[in-house]
Design a protein around this ligand. Structure first.
Ligand code: HEC
Length: 486
């Protein structure tokens, strides 16, 4: 269970979200202690939940759909509904799970709680499962102090972005604060482009292959695009402008423009040669996760959490039309090589393909294609094959004309967040949440390289308090938007 890639609170942030939650608990419990109460209240059970449950039941982890971060979320219950029946501990699923009467026993995969802890939880429920104190629960509590929980383990950055250079000789891999340039034939690392503010969530090569744009930025603070010289590995420009991180960057086919789509709901167009911001395209009412130029460069397409794909006129910056069939947020969009169609997919597990006209688009087909959210799409250069990766841990190859399955790679060791097809159409690169990378033959779908770890594991530095709060708020927001999957 983990979080969709767009978000990537890796182990690192999960640990720190945990820290924030602990801060909230500390604040809550001291407030309650000061007022003092007679019958057992939330304060008596909070430390038990904090110690034994929060790691898997925070808003960033949310196992079983159950969050114990606040009294309200605790009482709300999980995917199976309320887990606590006030006044009736024996009828409370939470207690039955602690006692092993309902499987799986909680805490999951660990020793049962000591009898005294279970007794304290039962006593609190039997006394009415009271909240902290009147009004407290609805006050948004801010962490007073961030406990010093530095992860001692090293973590591997997820592979967040993949792109082949136009000549196919370089595979650029984006991850935590860096881009690796690799030889796709051997897996050899050619260069590391470091110094990014946060995850590199998207990569675009200039059409001549000489420059590379890598985009990301720290959540809730700003978007960042760094443009690199591919041969000398020198940084040429850094562009800032969004108020939140960038999820997608695209380079126009004539080489003149860069487009960026951000969590701040905006799309920006930039002059590639100077880094100057040219235009802001506003119309999405939620995060923009994907942008793509049509092969002729006339249109820009954008896919958003707001369940729509929009087609824009690049020259005027005007929105031409909106494709609004999707039932949930869009993660990924890709133009057909002919430019006549666009495919999009996301949280509703469905691949949509529209025929694009000057004034409107028509849905050509849609198919519930995977068993869980679709994370990434790639269209083969000959237009014949559409590849999807899903949170069901699969990679599926489909006939692009019919969406009939051609082959499937099941049981991927983790979510494949990034897909890229080589310009000659022979190789598929797949990058995973667990930091590994594989190359597959597009014809036989056999693995020809990997899995190999794309980045060296690193020991994350403790982020600042404001970073922790920002990331936790992001996770919570996105969890609410239904983007956290188990
Ligand atoms: C190591 C991770 C982990 C820990 C620690 C853990 N849980 Fe869970 N919990 C899970 C998972 C996974 C599920 C989903 C199980 C399933 O649906 O098969 C779950 C489900 C639940 C559910 C059911 C939610 C629903 O609506 O289906 C409850 C209640 C629950 N846990 C309570 C607790 C309590 C209380 C603690 C602490 C004493 C705890 N858990 C500790 C992983 C954990």
């Amino acid at each position: 269970m983990k979080i969709r890639l767009g978000n990537w609170p890796t182990l690192f942030f999960v640990v720190f979200a945990f820290g924030v939650a602990m801060g909230i608990w500390l604040a809550a419990s001291s407030a309650v202690r000061a007022t003092g109460t007679a019958s057992p209240d939330f304060n008596t059970v909070a430390p038990i939940l904090q110690k034994n449950c929060l790691a898997c039941h925070a808003s960033a982890t949310k196992m079983g759909g159950f969050i114990v971060e606040s009294y309200d979320s605790l009482m709300k219950g999980g995917k199976d509904g309320a887990a606590i029946v006030p006044g009736k501990s024996d009828a409370s699923r939470l207690v039955e799970m602690l006692e092993g009467k309902i499987q799986p026993r909680m805490p999951f995969n660990a020793d049962p709680l000591p009898a005294s802890d279970i007794a304290a939880i039962k006593a609190w429920i039997d006394a009415g499962a009271k909240g902290p104190s009147a009004g407290e629960a609805s006050t948004p509590l801010k962490p007073l102090a961030i406990p010093d929980i530095k992860p001692q383990v090293q973590v591997a950055s997820p592979v967040a972005a993949l792109k082949f250079s136009p000549d196919g000789k370089i595979l650029a891999v984006g991850g935590y604060k860096e881009v690796r340039l690799m030889d796709p034939a051997t897996g050899k690392v050619l260069a590391t482009l470091g110094g990014h503010a946060d995850y590199v969530r998207s990569i675009a090569f200039s059409p001549d292959g000489k420059e590379l744009a890598a985009a990301g930025g720290p959540p809730q603070r700003g978007g960042e695009i760094k443009v690199w010289d591919v041969e000398t590995h020198q940084i040429l420009r850094t562009m800032q402008g969004h108020t939140d991180c960038i999820y997608s960057v695209a380079w126009s086919p004539d080489g003149k423009l860069l487009a960026s789509g951000s969590y701040d709901k905006l799309i920006k167009l930039w002059e590639a040669a100077t880094g100057k911001e040219l235009r802001t395209l506003k119309d999405h009412i939620d995060a923009v996760f994907a942008v793509a130029f049509s092969p002729d460069g006339k249109w820009l397409a954008s896919g958003s959490q707001d369940r729509s794909v929009k087609i824009w006129d690049v020259a005027s910056g005007q929105r031409l039309y909106t494709l609004s069939e999707p039932l949930d947020g869009i993660n990924t969009i890709v133009f057909s090589p002919s430019g006549k169609q666009i495919a999009a997919a996301g949280y509703d597990k469905t691949i949509y393909i529209w025929n694009l006209g000057e004034k409107s688009g028509s849905l050509q087909q849609s198919l519930i294609a995977d068993e869980d959210s679709i994370l990434s799409l790639a269209w083969s250069p000959d237009g014949k094959v559409l590849v999807s990766s899903s949170a069901d841990n699969s990679i599926r190859f489909r006939d692009a004309a019919t969406l009939n399955p051609l082959s499937v790679l099941e049981n991927q060791p983790d979510w494949v967040e990034a897909l890229a097809i080589s310009p000659d159409g022979k190789r598929l690169a797949a990058g995973r949440f667990n930091g590994t990378l594989s190359l597959y033959d597009m014809g036989t779908s056999k693995q020809v390289l990997g899995p190999t770890l794309a980045f060296e594991p690193y020991k994350p530095a403790a982020p600042s308090a404001s970073q922790v709060a920002a990331e936790a708020a992001h996770s919570a927001e996105r969890a609410q938007a239904g983007e956290v999957h188990q």
